[in-house]
Write a protein that binds this ligand. Structure first.
Ligand code: SAJ
Length: 447
């Protein structure tokens, strides 16, 4: 990639705005070709870059070489079919790139501690094969300080280069929203942080050359890391707020979804969120733990973040409690009862089961002696049945754990046809009144 320093931007005041660097596309290596890396690689190719897609997973590389993947929208997949990107598991190919973008997962361990192993391994490979003068960008979500204290020292050590002198470095946290047909890698505004003006200008110029949305320069790498954690912790706290309201209003006979809809008529200073049977996915239930852990290492306890995680983590259990209560008042023990579980994915319309509350619900039902029949049209390999009818037949009650369109359109008749007369709507996605009119016992989350 070549940088052409254009005229000084008129009236520019913020760092990164002083000069409009134009970039002439070169060769970019995307490290980690998953739900973040692959859309980004396609976007780079579309904008004229030669793209190397690197992944350590040989099986995934073979699948991608055969254009097999489930992380793309149909439009992106059509583009991928025609793509000429070089997909490889050979790390030496990284040396061909003048821009290297790291998009590897940053999960948490079972006890919610940050698991940086994939990122450390990627930083080592990048260091070993980094071209002098290249720009390295980390898009993976990390807590503030991880790039400076972990990633950069590893790249520097294995490349024997000095950051911001021999290579440029920035952090641009990813904002991919899986399954979203409106917001994609090409039109989501981004923040970019670096520790030197040259690195900031180069990284800002790169993202401005491929994304049709504002690119906001931050004052440091740490600030950019903090932005992503903050935006996702904000969401987790707001979900916990409505989940707590749901549990409270359920005792007051108030439908919390109506109240949220009413509050959302306020044209400012309110943002609606939805109560539900839990918070899953690769971001929202994970990212706050990064900040909680990092702040604790530096002497601060995030009480609000921890309380939000506690509330959201108990929602799957609360959902099973609702079911057990409705069975108990009919003298039906949950033990030895067949329960239909509709949905395994953490989010509607996709087959992503990471941190999905549906698995906690299933395990809790089994723990209490129930027999669970789970079905998810997007997660067939982990379903116990092959259709909604199969799942409902023989069941005494049903829990909807994911608001897939195949479930939200279900009528009460479908349940009555299989003599399922108790429905727990974990995503408040069914038509409550229709179910009540059909004399089905309907309980939502807060309604
Ligand atoms: N959820 C609720 N109530 C809500 C919203 C979500 O219970 O009001 C649950 C969902 O059912 C799901 C989990 O939380 O189990 C996460 O849902 P999500 O809509 O936040 O989906 P994610 O995990 O794909 O979040 C992504 C995030 N994007 C990035 O991190 C780049 C997040 O920042 C976005 O806000 C979110 O998409 C989005 O807005 O869709």
């Amino acid at each position: 990639m070549q940088y052409i320093r254009s005229e000084k931007a008129k009236g520019a005041t913020k760092p990164g705005h002083a000069y409009r660097l134009q970039v002439k596309p070169g060769t970019t290596a995307v490290i980690g070709i998953g739900y973040v890396g692959l859309p980004l690689a396609l976007l780079l190719e579309e904008r004229g870059f030669q793209v190397i897609g690197f992944d350590i997973d040989q099986q995934k590389v073979l699948q991608l070489q055969q254009r097999k993947t489930n992380v793309l929208t149909s439009q992106e997949h059509a583009q991928f079919e025609k793509s000429r990107m070089h997909i490889t598991a050979d790390p030496e190919s990284i040396a061909e790139a003048d821009v290297v973008i790291i998009c590897v997962p940053t999960p948490v361990t079972a006890d919610h501690a940050p698991n940086l192993k994939p990122l450390v391994a990627a930083a080592r490979l990048v260091g070993l094969h980094l071209r002098r003068g290249a720009l390295v960008v980390v898009e993976s979500t990390v807590n503030p300080g991880v790039c400076d204290t972990t990633v950069l020292p590893i790249i520097a050590r294995y490349s024997n280069m000095i950051p911001d002198r021999d290579f440029y470095f920035a952090h641009a946290p990813e904002r991919i929203n899986p399954g979203d047909a409106t917001w994609s890698a090409r039109n989501i505004a981004r923040v970019v942080g670096a520790n030197s003006r040259e690195s900031l200008e180069r990284a800002t110029a790169l993202y401005r050359s491929i994304i049709d949305a504002p690119i906001e320069p931050m004052q440091s790498v740490k600030e950019a890391e903090a932005v992503k954690i903050v935006e996702n912790a904000f969401r987790d706290i707001n979900i916990a707020f409505v989940n707590e309201l749901a549990m409270s209003f359920a005792r007051l006979g108030i439908d919390v979804t109506n109240v949220i809809r009413g509050a959302a008529t306020k044209p400012f200073a309110f943002m609606a969120h939805d109560p539900g049977c839990g918070v899953g996915g690769h971001c929202i239930p994970v990212d706050p733990y990064y900040l909680i852990a990092h702040a604790a290492e530096n002497g601060f306890q995030h009480q609000l973040l921890k309380e939000a995680r506690r509330i959201n983590s108990l929602m799957p259990i609360y959902t099973v409690d609702l079911l057990e209560y409705e069975l108990s008042i009919r003298d039906i023990p949950l033990a030895q009862t067949d329960i239909a579980l509709l949905g395994l994915s953490y989010k509607a319309g996709i087959g992503d089961t990471r941190e999905s509350p549906a698995y906690i619900i299933r395990d809790e039902l089994r723990e209490r002696g129930a027999t669970v029949w789970a079905f998810d049209p997007y997660v067939r390999d982990e379903s116990d049945t092959h259709s909604i009818a199969d799942t409902l037949s023989g069941a005494t009650a049903a829990i909807v754990a994911t608001n897939h369109p195949q479930f939200t359109s279900l009528s009460p008749t479908t349940f009555l046809d299989h003599n399922v007369r108790i429905v727990i709507d974990g995503r408040n996605c069914l038509s409550k009144q229709d179910f009540l009119n059909a004399e089905i016992t309907y309980r939502g989350i807060g309604r």
